[in-house]
Design a protein around this ligand. Structure first.
Ligand SMILES: [Fe+2]
Ligand SMILES: [Fe+2]
Length: 303
């Protein structure tokens, strides 16, 4: 079901009016200290590429290209998540049941607008915003949901909780000190977004229909995690002009996809464990959704 407008707003155009842009800059209190000089933002080790034979054997130019693709994908994802987050928080302003809840979501929408603006200083040209990845497409569909308990649980309890550990690792490993510090500065607000989700979800009476909807959405999400670091595989494939099935399996093995997914699935499982979500976790467990897949089962594209 749709509201007739696009909550995630991934394709919203930029405003062309310089006066409005000046008002926005003033409202944001921008200082503009970004620098794209320390690029790539994350190095080969961050992506596990140092263990991948096809990467080691590539020319310096190809290696730079692979790293560039992987960096853009990673940065773009954070950028678009903040963009979708701004729409999500604004929607939750309208769905609030109390005045305090409405105030909080109003403030959270401002947090995400601030994050988006701060990240935009580090955005790379050309802008890849037109090509949201599988996760972003999933997120954009999810924020259209009308079921508040689905939104609270999946977006705030699980995804924002996940975002916290993701941003922590992006910050820690970032080669650009200004961008690293920026991700660290997001943590307090993101932890408030997550904590509010946990509080509100635990005081919600979740219907059987909502529980089953949450189970379906999380199954879809966990499937994406089970198949490992597909963004890194895509970055290699793009630079090398495609990978055969066999090459893809080797790349995934060398990226240690099972250990990679296993760690993520554990973190996600512990995030899903709240007072009132035991049944959901049990359903997902029965479906084997917390089991990482071996490399051979993670080949999504060929050629
Ligand atoms: Fe944010
Ligand atoms: Fe957030």
């Amino acid at each position: 079901m749709s509201y007739g407008y696009d909550v995630a707003g991934l394709e919203l155009p930029h405003c062309q009016n310089p006066k409005l842009q000046r008002v926005l800059a003033a409202a944001l209190g921008q200082t503009g200290v970004a620098t794209q000089q320390d690029y790539p933002y994350w190095d080969a080790t961050y992506f596990g590429l140092h263990n991948v034979k096809i990467f080691q054997e590539s020319t310096v130019a190809e290696q730079a290209q692979i790293l560039d693709h992987a960096n853009r994908e990673l940065f773009q994802e954070a950028y678009l998540v903040e963009k979708a987050g701004m729409g999500y928080m604004s929607k939750m302003v309208l769905l609030a049941d109390t005045i305090e809840e409405r105030m909080l979501y109003g403030l959270f929408a401002a947090d995400e607008a601030t994050h988006l603006s701060q990240l935009s200083h580090f955005a790379l040209e050309p802008d890849l915003a037109q090509t949201p990845n599988t996760f972003l497409r999933f997120l954009a569909a999810l924020v259209e949901s009308q079921d508040k308990s689905v939104l609270l649980f999946v977006i705030q309890v699980v995804l924002e909780g996940w975002g916290l550990s993701h941003y922590r690792s992006l910050a820690k490993e970032c080669r650009n000190p200004a961008l690293g510090a920026l991700f660290t500065s997001f943590l307090q607000a993101e932890s408030r977004h997550h904590g509010t989700g946990v509080l509100l979800f635990n005081q919600t009476a979740v219907s059987a229909a909502s529980r089953s909807a949450i189970g379906e959405v999380l199954t879809q999400f966990l499937q994406m995690v089970q198949v490992g670091p597909q963004g890194v595989v895509a970055a290699i494939a793009q630079a090398k002009g495609g990978l055969s099935r066999q090459q893809t399996v080797h790349v995934l093995e060398q990226l240690d996809t099972e250990a990679h997914s296993s760690h993520r699935l554990k973190v996600l499982r512990s995030l899903m464990h709240t007072e009132s979500s035991q049944e959901i976790v049990q359903t997902l467990e029965a479906r084997g959704m917390f089991q990482p897949l071996p490399a051979v089962q993670c080949v999504l594209h060929e050629g």
